[in-house]
Design a protein around this ligand. Sequence first.
Ligand code: FAD
Ligand code: GLY
Length: 383
Amino acid sequence: MSDPIKQVDAAVIGGGVIGCSIAWRLGQAGMRVVVIERGRVGGEASHAAGGMLAPLAEAERADDFFNLTVAGLAMYADFARELKESSGVDVEYRAEGTLYLALTEEDEEEIDRRCRWQHEAGLNVERLDASRALELEPLINPALRFALKYPGDHQVDNRRLMTALHAAALNAGVEFWPYTEARELLVESVSGQKRITGVATARGEVRARAVVVAAGSWSSLLRCDEPPRFEIEPVRGQMVAIEMPAPAVRHVIYSCRGYLVPRLSGFLIAGSTTERAGYDKRVTAGGVASIIERAIEITPSLANQTVTETWAGLRPHAPDDLPILGADPRVAGLIYATGHYRNGILLAPITARAISELIIKGESLINLAPFNVARFARHSGAG
Ligand code: FAD
Ligand code: GLY
């Protein structure tokens, strides 16, 4: 049976890291907020991720997106501290840093190129010879040629992060509707101006003056009279957990082909694949084989360790690789916070601050212009 109409200040569609972070901030500001989540809160990409907070290790150039990730990382330590105070959950924010290994001759060229542009941009990158890298991480492949160290690239346990965000949002008065599908964005037109009025859900209608679309890989599938001019494509990433007593490996470690993320509870996460497989979240033999091969290339002794878990998640990817953040200029009150692709865990605090300020004050000091949905209208020549 459907609930009667629910009236709130803001409805958030999607209970992943992005939706929960925004809802928490809005709840803290005293707004009445409902998070509509089709499945379990935090059960999709935000559960599947590695938790790396790695602007430098993942960047190819110093552009607007890179600046957003750096500004986002600068907020993380406070975000984690505040979350612990609000939820009682330690999200295991760790600042040991990240190593990037050159393991082959081709890697040397590629990583030298990375090191050069990052140095020229004045970024915090150190070049370590092989013996220094092995002192820092004795289990890495002794055949390595050299490594980069990114002292400023950190990590968090994203599953603990989701537990913390859910609890903190509940404590801030946010209402959650789990296992409830949002079906349609409700829009009215008054004197030619369109505005959002709410969301039709499997449990009834939610009326709100602001609706945030934070539905990850499913963000462009919601029905609406003003359908979005973009498509979010799911990009599958498979992962493998391998037993490894802490602190045998302390840094996040990248090679040009894969990465390892150490967890304090005694395992490493090895990742990942980048696959266009639609909404198929299967773990495949080929995916696992390639991940394990690359993990063993980084740390040969993993060959004797136990595989404890495998999983896959869908990264939300916009056509130009950038997130979609901010107000829809065609529909007042409709706000997008999606398309975070490989960096949604990293970008959660800055997205939450920017979007909550936009809803509460009508503007944010964080410049969201490069990420506004209007860029797709420009590309298509419309609007
Ligand atoms: P999601 O977590 O997918 O949440 C969206 C939610 O919306 C889902 O729970 C879904 O059920 C819900 N939903 C969808 N449609 C509806 C509907 N109609 N009604 C109601 N609810 C709906 N990022 C990093 O920063 N660091 C990393 O190390 C990292 N590693 C990754 C490794 C892998 C293998 C993967 C897959 C991703 C990784 N990412 C990483 C990316 C990161 O996980 C994502 O960018 C981030 O989780 C996106 O968060 P989200 O809240 O937008 O999406
Ligand atoms: N950021 C790591 C991944 O998306 O696999």
